[in-house]
Design a binder for this molecule. Sequence first.
Ligand SMILES: [Zn+2]
Length: 71
Amino acid sequence: MSQSKEIIISKSSIPIFAIVLLAMIFVAGLFVVGFDQGHIFSLVIGEEAFADLYIHELTHDMRHAAGFPCH
Ligand SMILES: [Zn+2]
């Protein structure tokens, strides 16, 4: 009497472009939350963005909670 055993090896790999894409999203989010002082909106509305600081004000509490210095 013979016994047969089935061994299933499943290989799943994460595509490299997904890792690169997620890393780019992470870096962009880190910049927006931690370091933006009007740089992103200055692309659209010019020098006025550095005085208005919309994204800075929006992410201000999150920035402090995450430990980034801002003032
Ligand atoms: Zn602050």
